[in-house]
Design a protein around this ligand. Sequence first.
Ligand SMILES: N[C@@H](CCC(=O)N[C@@H](CSC=O)C(=O)NCC(=O)O)C(=O)O
Length: 300
Amino acid sequence: MLELLSEHACFGGVQRFYRHASAAIGLPMRFSVFLPPAAADAQPGQARPGLSRPGQAWPGLSRPGLFYLAGLTCNEETFAAKAGAQRVAAELGLMLVAPDTSPRGAAVAGEDAAWDFGLAAGFYLDASEAPWARHYRMYSYILELRELLVAELALDPARVGICGHSMGGHGALVLALRNPTLFRSLSALAPIAAPSLCPWGQKAFTGYLGADQAAWGRYDASLLMAGMKAPFPAGILVDQGLADKFLAEQLYPEVFEAACRSAGQPLQLRRHAGYDHGYYFVASFIEEHLRFHARNLGAA
Ligand SMILES: N[C@@H](CCC(=O)N[C@@H](CSC=O)C(=O)NCC(=O)O)C(=O)O
């Protein structure tokens, strides 16, 4: 059941904010969705003409969509408010889905003590360590949300891509590399590309998954890529600013690049002089990511 919190007309489509009860998280979660003009009338649970139950796929209405996973300190509103993606998504007929970045209301002691762990820092993984394991299950949550949008807002399950920024870039790489039939197109902006090697990733993985690094590989894009049996079919697009203050210590795109080269994975890793880590960088390149995904998904 989706609870509409607000909606705003936007480039002929509609930007909405929803809350719903998440089974994966065990708490209410929020997300934003931009519906392009042709899908702007879609309502949750709407019965499709000629079909027996609400939410059943209807080829004439189902839309391609792009999940965008945001980074540390962000929420479901950050991308909608700062990236400026709606105009091009409206043109391309792409739905845009932006989840929150962690559970809210888990009431874990200390979850708000740091900006890079706990609240707004769920790292898109399923925690195995107490006290996080009960609610910090963002990996399963993204898969749950995908199914929910297929059922409730006519997202076409065969045409879903995923993109993300920083911690969200890490999440996008991991989710797509592990689920290439669910996410058919993949890109990232300044991703944490080898989290086992960097302070953010080591802190998160130790806290959520435990000190045994054997458990970390399933959530490390560079390690996953090194073990890939077949390349990600559509190729991967990554943009990275060279004036990014987190680049040297936290991001390691060169490690992911080397893993792709060894695995025979087509990768466009574009390095941009002068761009930093923030949303001015994201806003500068998001249009090219939307067009990349639209091409891969056969949109518009
Ligand atoms: N508080 C931090 C900066 C936090 C930050 O830069 N967050 C990034 C994502 S970092 C990796 O996931 C972000 O997207 N912030 C939102 C924004 O609007 O820029 C500090 O003190 O450095």
